[in-house]
Ligand binder design. Sequence first.
Ligand SMILES: [Zn+2]
Length: 270
Amino acid sequence: MKSKINILCIVFACAFLAAGCSLPKKAVPPKKSIDVAPLQTEQRKENTSKNASMNNAENLKSKEKSDEKIAYITVDDGPSRNNTVAILDTLKKDGVKATFFVLPQGNMDDIYKRIISEGHVIGNHSYSHANYLYDSTEDFEKDLLKAKAFIYKKLNYTTTVFRFPGGTKGRKKSIIQKRVSILKKNGYRYFDWDVSVADTDLNLKNYGDEKFIINLMIENVVNNTKGKKRLIVLMHDDSTKTYTAKALPYIIKGLKKQGYTFDVLTNYKE
Ligand SMILES: [Zn+2]
């Protein structure tokens, strides 16, 4: 009996010791690994979500950039004392920068200078604005450089944008291609336009009174912007284009309402 009790005591003690030794060993490692693992997981989650939100921000930024609507007001054939001044006043008032494809005009130095000093861009529109520029590439280059020299001498300014007199639409591709090579050689990019106020229409005055014609010009632009994220607007500022100068504030207002911001063509990204 006594020996049975002794044996039971030994078994119990061994079981207790075994249990006592094994409990902490079993309990601690999982606890440790549980403590560490969630932290790492949380850290990973946090990092992942940080990266995701950064990616989202980047995506949003580039999406916004690609969705950005920019209008480029371009004003050809000036300057003139009446209309260029009126156009510059409007642009200043509305905080809009534009591109002026000027021609060589006499007694307009102050206006050429005002265009530059108010943050607009001057473009080369040829010197002669003549049809023979499409007959000979040599004449085209000579004329281009003559206009370049005129602008440089007057303003100490070199431009990188060019507009073909009358634009390139409807002209023979091979003729334009040869001239584009000359433009590239001389550091120019050329620009046509997406919408026009159509102020060169010779019958304009026969369509109606001043109010009607100005409305027509506004509509020519604001009703033809659909799907155009980059919108180059053509208008003119020679001395006969008084309706254009009067339509401009409404054109700017209409384009702003459609979400357009404004920029100069030297900033145009393909
Ligand atoms: Zn022109």
